[in-house]
Design a binder for this molecule. Sequence first.
Ligand SMILES: [Mg+2]
Length: 185
Amino acid sequence: MERIAYLDIDGVVANTGQAVIDLVRKEFKKPWVRVEDIKEYEIPKLPWLTEEEVERLLIRFGDPEFYYYIQPMPEAAAATALWYKKGWQIVFVTARPPHLYEVTLYWLRKHGFVFDSLIMSPPFDKVNHCANHATCFLVEDRPDVLYHIATQRPKLKLFLYDQPWNQAIELTIATRIRSLTEIEL
Ligand SMILES: [Mg+2]
């Protein structure tokens, strides 16, 4: 029976929230901003950014260089390596656009992630890459994506990676985790 771990990248194995904050502190001269202040994952909705800063930030998001320097989540590579060793397939499914494929692949290898495949997919097409099977699971930080997948893949196990931008939502369809090491296989 196939056993597949589907993993989102930003906000799950990559500390993208911290990378955004580091950029805002340094380049926009807002040293008081903290990761906890990211209450929305959609950049234009962040109240502490001006319209001009939003535009600049979105340009940076399109630049592969931004992704190169993101730090991995603690223990993420070790957790996935353990699952891999136990015979699980590791599949990364990210909503990053296709032109970021090379830097993402490089970043995963640089930080020691072992995996079977890397899929770039728009957020609401992620479901098309997930099996509807109880021996498979998905870890994601966006509740809207999890809801969408839950309706079409009811057997798939779902985990919500705890982040400041998903605190307002109480999920019954997914288990909230603070580290990949909480998933015991
Ligand atoms: Mg994410």
